[in-house]
Design a protein around this ligand. Structure first.
Ligand SMILES: [Zn+2]
Length: 379
């Protein structure tokens, strides 16, 4: 028996471990399937077959043909990925984490596909318009326009995109609102609003987030959280989200994203030049049969950068946590909210080191709790 006061976090249940392991493999499989589809399209030359089909569908009109190509690519990708998506839906039910009916899930999938098609079409049409008109600097102009769209989407998402899938309403709990105003005044900042997110019609999990930009900047709190957490615990969650706001994490992430996107477009341009000029893989730079190659470049880049981006995100999360410790009366509420969240969401409190490094955007819950305890001891 040890006499020193070491706090050992409760070990993860077999259930939590199994759920998270399956989920991770599901993510890996999903990635491999998408990656495989792109490679097969390029290696077999089927991408040229799709392009010719698209031209036929679009009556030889370039812009229409690009649209049909994107449509076919998305539908094929969806059909191939559907069994895994459905398995993911069943998995949430198997572990009693979901309230969503099959019909509602199918409807969400349809809506997701349509939104993806709309956004995908806009981006791809733009890229090939630029590739046709300015094959030398298309990637630089595309990057600038893409970032503009990205910022616009970040602004519109809370008011246009999220409400397509969930209902939101202003928080009606006056006591909590008063606490938030106090918290944010103490921070010398103002957040535009706090909204209740009706997550319970689909999920049993709890969640909270800071979303939006400028006038749409808001904290959203899932009703699953509001219903079963004490006011002190909710205040701790609010204080964490406010920490993201105070440290300007959304703005910083946009800058990081801008750098990565610029690198991605530059890389895509280099690879495309090589494929067209050295390997004669495509008729020209603007031959949209090369779209799978462009997507492949961005996929590989995202994969390579994932550990670094997750590390950056964990850094931000630790910063937001520290902000929370400073601004609430006692970190006890933060610790109990973490434990409740872990249990409710079947999260792993102590994932293995490499799992945390590769996959987790948040520090392990055991570490967050330990940081809070450390902070309490030091103050
Ligand atoms: Zn956070």
């Amino acid at each position: 028996m040890s006499t020193t006061q070491t706090i050992t976090p409760p070990a993860d249940s077999t259930k939590a471990h199994r759920y998270n392991t399956i989920k991770r493999w599901l993510g890996v499989a999903d990635f491999v399937i998408g990656f495989g589809l792109l490679v097969v399209l390029l290696a077999t030359g089927w991408t040229a077959v799709l392009r010719d089909l698209a031209y036929r569908g679009g009556g030889q009109n370039y812009t229409l043909a690009v649209f049909f190509y994107v449509l076919m690519l998305m539908v094929i990708g969806k059909i191939i990925g559907l069994p895994l998506d459905y398995y993911g839906f069943r998995l949430e039910h198997r572990f009693e984490l979901s309230n969503q009916r099959l019909r509602s899930w199918i409807w969400d999938e349809v809506k997701g596909l349509l939104i993806g098609l709309l956004l995908g079409t806009v981006v791809v049409e733009l890229i090939y318009l630029l590739l046709r008109q300015n094959p030398q600097y298309w990637w630089l102009i595309a990057w600038a326009v893409f970032m503009g769209l990205f910022v616009l989407m970040a602004q519109l998402a809370p008011v246009i995109l999220f409400p397509i899938f969930y209902k939101f309403e202003p928080l009606d709990n006056e006591e909590l609102k008063r606490r938030l105003v106090l918290l944010s005044e103490r921070a010398g900042t103002r957040v535009r609003g706090v909204y209740k997110w009706n997550l319970s019609e689909k999920s049993k999990k709890a969640n909270a987030a800071l979303t939006g930009l400028g006038a749409t900047r808001r904290i959203i709190l899932a009703d699953t959280l509001l219903n079963s957490y004490s006011d002190d615990e909710i205040e701790a969650v609010l204080a964490h989200e406010l920490g993201h706001h105070v440290h300007r994490h959304i703005l910083k992430s946009i800058f990081v994203q801008a750098g990565i996107t610029l690198l991605g477009f530059w890389l895509a341009n280099s690879v495309l030049h090589y494929a067209v000029e050295r390997r004669n893989m495509f008729d020209s730079m603007s031959d949209f049969a090369n779209l799978p190659l462009l997507i492949l470049v961005s996929t590989v880049l995202s994969l390579l950068l994932m550990p670094a981006l997750n590390a950056y995100s964990r850094f931000n999360e630790r910063q937001a946590d520290r902000y929370c410790f400073q601004s609430v009366a006692s970190v006890g509420a933060f610790i109990s909210s973490m434990n409740k969240l872990a249990e409710q969401n079947l999260a792993e409190r102590t994932p293995s080191r490499w799992v945390e490094c590769l996959f987790h955007s948040h520090p392990a819950i055991a570490k967050r709790v330990a940081a809070a305890e450390g902070w309490a001891r030091a103050h």
